[in-house]
Write a protein that binds this ligand. Structure first.
Ligand code: HEC
Ligand code: HEC
Ligand code: HEC
Ligand code: HEC
Ligand code: HEC
Ligand code: HEC
Length: 475
């Protein structure tokens, strides 16, 4: 036994740790690929990697480029137009199929970036991405794939197995060391415990129970937290609504749509009627054409062919609805391209399928196209917390961006702040109350005014007026 044997065990240990870190690295690469894909490619390439959107499905793309050196695919992604003009065979083939749609250039992507994007494309296509950060396990979140959750629990099981292995190895090492110590001391071999005896010993069993409780607790708490909210949470929405387009480029005031923020506890998501104020006139978008805007019409029952709301829309069958909106998509296509070809037929079918999948939710039992757009909620506070928008926006004069980040620069809104108790309280400790011209504060003002005048205090924070008292925030 002895050194050699110990060395072997340490090797096993070393490799377990090594393989863990390899997995972690892969996961980081794929996470980064996912983010790059979302930010740069997802507007044109379907993120299921299997169906077409504005551009082709990307699943299996490396095989289609296998006849050429690897740099060719990388160059294509950075600057596809240059390859088309050089007459590269695959580039020409793609162009003939997809022209006149041009893919953007991405000259700033590094080799590593491209490799990460391709890794993400591959594993998504094959459905074997390593565990990803789990997002809300809310019912009926569109785009939430079961696969993500399953691979997540696989990782847990795998980690558990490795931990168990480590525990056994360590136990053996300790027992061997004891054995050797006794040997040396007494000069004779003591009775050795068998593996089974060790595994069923009190110490090991209580450790196992302890570990199960800790891990079980961790997973439960983790899932419970994820259920409600998560910083950076950025779900797919039924319509590709862009705050960049609306609040950024066209400078529409946040309050135009989120009118509640100034006046009430909730800020509310605008109803489709608010969208219709503008989209009665803007019927074909520059980015998705009829692809996204038609979803608004199908939800409220507006017929863009005739510019009228449809009577008895509520009771209309899916067939009739389909006829109205596919006619609109077809007519727009013909106006644009001159005639309806097979490409157009396919586009109509794709856009119609998009409308159905965005406005219905089979899992939640909603099979009707009619009815409100089901936006996925991003911010979600537990029921026991009281938060009031008007209090912060109108009385406290806090900018939306302080809590939500630069929403006008977000193509897809994400949760910017942690929304934790510490976050609320920190701000209340640091932020000074704005007394000037504020009726709400008249009572406090009298009291503090004296103190400030007498130099007893130089500022009044939200904490001073009771902003860290439990019952202010908790029901
Ligand atoms: C503006 C829309 C658009 C964006 C954004 C876009 N693509 Fe494309 N992509 C296309 C179109 C369209 C084609 C088909 C060829 C053409 O018409 O240029 C294409 C083709 C491709 C192909 C070739 C597929 C094949 O089967 O050989 C790859 C690879 C690709 N894109 C990767 C990417 C990556 C990676 C990104 C993000 C970094 C990206 N694309 C962003 C529109 C886009
Ligand atoms: C043209 C209407 C419109 C304007 C203008 C607009 N929003 Fe929105 N906002 C929406 C819609 C629709 C959603 C739901 C879809 C989504 O999350 O993108 C939303 C979602 C949000 C959310 C996430 C809500 C959740 O689910 O928790 C925040 C935060 C938000 N908006 C903040 C802002 C801020 C800040 C501004 C101004 C800079 C702004 N919005 C301007 C329409 C608008
Ligand atoms: C105050 C006017 C206004 C309101 C209200 C408004 N939009 Fe828009 N929307 C615009 C403008 C302007 C554009 C840019 C059109 C373009 O680029 O072709 C646009 C573009 C869009 C696009 C992209 C279309 C494309 O294919 O490029 C979508 C999707 C969209 N809006 C959805 C909505 C939704 C959903 C609502 C309601 C929550 C809404 N809009 C409310 C003015 C508005
Ligand atoms: C002091 C921080 C803070 C400020 C300022 C703030 N919000 Fe919020 N916002 C939150 C929190 C916290 C939530 C989650 C509330 C919940 O889940 O009940 C939220 C939720 C939302 C939602 C989701 C719907 C809802 O009401 O729950 C929208 C939309 C939104 N905010 C828009 C805005 C807009 C627009 C402004 C500016 C006019 C703004 N917020 C200012 C903290 C803030
Ligand atoms: C960006 C800073 C900021 C953040 C973050 C913030 N608040 Fe506030 N809060 C304020 C300001 C400023 C006031 C003062 C307005 C007032 O007195 O009503 C205030 C007041 C309040 C009040 C009323 C206090 C009183 O004594 O009347 C409550 C309740 C409250 N906040 C709850 C919350 C909760 C819950 C959160 C976290 C989800 C939160 N706030 C996060 C800045 C913040
Ligand atoms: C400024 C607002 C605010 C004040 C004041 C406040 N809380 Fe909270 N508290 C919150 C928010 C927000 C959460 C939800 C945090 C989350 O979901 O992670 C929370 C969560 C909790 C929870 C549940 C644990 C958890 O993480 O979900 C307990 C218990 C709690 N608070 C106790 C207290 C006690 C006791 C006080 C008084 C000393 C207090 N809170 C004061 C905002 C506040």
């Amino acid at each position: 036994m002895t050194l050699n044997c110990l060395k072997n065990r340490f090797l096993v240990l070393f490799f377990s740790i090594f393989s863990l870190s390899v997995i972690a690295q892969d996961q980081a690469a794929i996470e980064s690929g996912k983010t790059l894909f979302k930010n740069n490619c997802a507007s044109c390439h379907n993120k299921d990697m299997k169906s077409k959107l504005t551009g082709p499905a990307l699943g299996g793309v490396e095989e289609r480029w296998a006849d050429y050196p690897q740099e060719d695919l990388y160059t294509w992604i950075r600057n596809s137009q240059s390859m088309i003009s050089q007459g590269h065979p695959r580039a020409t083939e793609l162009w003939n199929e997809w022209k006149p749609t041009v893919m953007n250039s991405f000259p700033t992507l590094s080799d590593e970036d491209v490799a990460n994007i391709l890794a993400y494309i591959n594993c998504t296509y094959e459905g074997n991405c390593p565990g990803q950060v789990q997002v809300a396990a809310d019912q009926g979140v569109p785009g939430q794939s079961k696969g993500e959750q399953e691979s997540n629990s696989l990782v847990y099981v795998f980690l558990l197995a490795i931990l168990a292995l480590l525990a056994i190895i360590l136990a053996r090492i300790i027992s061997n060391l004891n054995y050797m110590a006794v040997m040396r001391e007494k000069g004779e071999a003591p009775e050795r415990k068998t593996l089974v005896e060790i595994l069923t010993s009190k110490g090991v069993i209580s450790f196992a129970i302890f570990a199960a409780v800790v891990i079980g607790g961790f997973i439960t708490v983790n899932n419970a937290i994820n259920l409600g909210r998560q910083q950076g949470y950025e779900p797919d929405q039924p319509i590709k609504f862009s705050h960049v387009t609306h609040a950024g480029v066209h400078k529409i005031d946040c309050n135009y749509c989120h009118d509640g923020a100034r006046r009430s506890k909730h800020s509310v998501i605008p109803a489709a009627n608010t969208c219709m104020n503008c989209h009665k006139a803007i019927k074909v978008g520059s980015q998705y054409g009829t692809g996204e805007l038609t979803k608004i019409y199908a939800s409220v029952g507006y017929d863009p062919n005739t510019d009228k709301y449809i009577e008895d829309y509520e009771s209309m069958s899916e067939e009739d609805i389909k006829r109205i909106y596919t006619k609109w998509i077809a007519d727009t296509y013909i106006t644009d391209k001159g005639s309806l070809d097979s490409e157009g037929e396919e586009l109509i079918e794709n856009q119609w399928n998009g409308i159905v999948s965005s406005l219905t939710n089979e899992e939640a039992g909603d099979t009707k196209i009619q009815g409100p757009i089901e936006w996925v909620r991003i911010h979600n506070m537990p029921d026991h917390v009281y938060f009031n928008h008007a209090q912060h926006v109108s009385v406290g004069k806090v900018e939306c961006q302080t809590c939500h980040g630069k929403v006008e620069e977000m193509e897809v809104v994400k949760q910017y702040s942690p929304l934790s108790m510490g976050w609320c309280i920190n701000c209340h400790r640091q932020t000074e109350v704005k007394f000037a011209d504020n009726k709400y504060y008249d009572n406090y003002y009298e009291m503090y005014h004296e103190q400030i005048k007498n130099n007893k205090r130089d500022k009044v924070t939200v904490e001073d007026i009771g902003g860290t008292e439990c019952q202010k925030c908790h029901y």
